[in-house]
Design a protein around this ligand. Sequence first.
Ligand code: PHE
Length: 509
Amino acid sequence: MSTDVSTEEALLRSVEELGNASDFLDSPSVARKLGIGHAALVDGLLKSLNAKLAIRLEPVTHNRWEISAEGITYADTTSPEVAFYNTVKEIVDAGQLCMPDQIEKKLAKQVLARGKQQALRRKWIAIDKGTKAFLLNDDAQVVDDVADALRTLRDQDGAPDGLPSDMLKTLKSRKLASLKPFKTFKIFEGERLADARKEQATELTKDMLESGQWKSVAFKPYNFNAEGKPTSGGYLHTLLKVREQFRLIFLEMGFEEMPTNNYVESSFWNFDALFQPQQHPARDEHDTFFLSDPEYANVPDRDYLEKVRRVHEEGGFGSRGYRYDWSEEEARKNILRTHTTAVSSRMLYLLAQEKEFKPKKYFSIDRVFRNETLDATHLAEFHQIEGLVADRNLSLGHLKGIIHEFFKKMGMSKLRFKPTHNPYTTPSLEIHSYHEGLKKWVEVGNSGVFRPEMIRPMGIPEDVTVIAWGLSLERPTMIRYGVRNIRDLFGHKVDLKAIQTNPICRLTF
Ligand code: PHE
């Protein structure tokens, strides 16, 4: 609400005219004098002048009569009983019998009902027993005392002065007005009234200091209760917040992050190196996005390539292989990587090229692509979290232990494992966690021990085992932030406001 300058001027002038420090103005009378509503005066003028210390306010709580919406319509026109009486009188004066159906046509439903009831009660009219017509009572003293009283209350801002207590009781029982607490203010001169008449400076400038002007300038007092503007700038997407938490968990556990900055991958690293046969349905274009340009990738070193060919065609390391003609062309096809295990296979190959094997703990969190039918829980691009440990003498017990430790850091300590199949791990275990909120077991990840057919051709030493597990980033994020549809989390339908206001994420305990 804002009030114009002349209103402010008029108010400040009256405050100035107050003689003593103990003299004050009353907010209701000021409002009346200025011709504005009390609320407008308080919110539009008094509060800001008080903040500038131009005035000082002292609140006073009184009771005052507040007129109901129904009461206001009567104050604006007449009470329903008068409306009813006048209508009956019009009909009777015209020499007609005043029958109910006749009067019904002339009055609004509510006025009719209330008016009839009150006019009968006050004996202004009667009903003729025989004809049922309304008759005027000759002795009736018809005055609109109810509407008058409401108007008086209105003119006096709810003060009942001069109104008989009977009338107030009537207004109350007819729900036309009721007593309500009401806050007004005593307005005193403020300690900086004079300054308020001048323009107030909001900051101290170099010029003011140099010219000495600062001594005479009136400064606007600080409002320590003002809320600052919300800061704007970069916002972390919800997935990035959760990713950071997973990253911290891995780092805490001594894992190194793998470089994941290539969405385009060769089929070789995504599938062939992982001992996934070339006719595997996942390698179909219904599941995988293939690139048309460049269609083919370069192959890694010949020696390793031939070892991969051999393990697919003939087997080795205790395996019979798949017994088909492995195609180098198929392996060179470029695709969008379908899982971050493609990154793990590259990294394990690099690790195997080191002169001396050193145990490693690696992780990655990044985007993968699948040619999915989109629905509330599936997108064609999503994120995977993957961890792997390469060391001597690792067993399934180590895998389960490390997975327990990993999930415990997110508060998930009830885990179960279920046998499953991956082309590149054996044994393979699905990870299920008991969801305390949903009161059921939910699948939270996949894991296994990388097959010899995968890691031995790379040159990983005989006594080294590689255990690994993976999960999606979206699933825990949706659970954490209560997102039901994945499209509200990721993609063009994401609500930017939600991104800006989402709370920080703390997964760890
Ligand atoms: N790559 C698997 C997937 O896409 C996850 C996984 C990672 C499984 C590592 C076993 C070992 O679901």
